[in-house]
Design a protein around this ligand. Structure first.
Ligand SMILES: [Mg+2]
Length: 191
């Protein structure tokens, strides 16, 4: 599954009933929230690999959602991320630092969306796509560190969403979370 295929499949669970500006606000908040969930795993100690992969997928979903709603190519973002982060030596970073940089770049995406949709500044689509690419670059680096291809993390995310939203997004299915049945979940904290 390449990134554009992932973006297409992820778009099946967008909440398209909401106005565009509301969706962009939610996707910006969601990106930062999921980045925080990813980093919190490391902040709390040495996380389970599957937990990290799940949160990587959650972050990626919001990056894909932003691209979907703005007509941006998620695969192109990663190329831009490679260029923007070409001087970073991943070998010098510990696993948690990848998650920390996901938070930082997700926050910068959120700031761009706030300026565009809250303060009505012109949206610099190229800069936004590059920053989304930085988020994806850190996610890919973290996956590499765990020995799991980014594509596998994305496939797992789509599998989860197929179980949770067999008919596409609905508030009822979001609350029911059938994919977590029998698992311990901190309701309202980890999505
Ligand atoms: Mg999550």
């Amino acid at each position: 599954m390449d990134l554009n295929e992932y973006r297409r499949l992820a778009a099946r669970t967008l909440n398209s009933d909401l106005p565009h500006e509301m969706q962009m606000t939610i996707y910006g908040l969601g990106l930062m929230g999921e980045a925080s969930e990813l980093f919190t795993l490391f902040f709390d100690g040495q996380p389970q690999r599957d937990e990290v992969i799940k949160e990587v997928g959650d972050v990626a979903w919001y990056a894909a959602a932003i691209c979907s709603r703005l007509g941006l190519r998620l695969s192109e973002s990663l190329h831009l991320g490679y260029a923007a982060r070409c001087e970073v030596n991943p070998e010098a970073l510990c696993d948690g630092e990848f998650a920390e940089f996901v938070v930082i770049d997700a926050g910068k995406v959120g700031e761009m969306l706030k300026k565009a949709y809250g303060h009505k500044h012109p949206l610099d689509r190229d800069a936004l796509l590059e920053r989304i690419g930085c988020v994806m670059w850190w996610l890919e680096g973290l996956c590499d560190r765990l020995g799991v291809p980014l594509e596998e993390a994305l496939e797992r995310n789509i599998d989860k969403l197929r179980r949770r939203y067999p008919e596409g997004f609905s508030a009822e299915a979001s609350i029911a979370r059938v994919d977590t049945a029998g698992q311990h979940v901190e309701e309202g904290v980890r999505g």
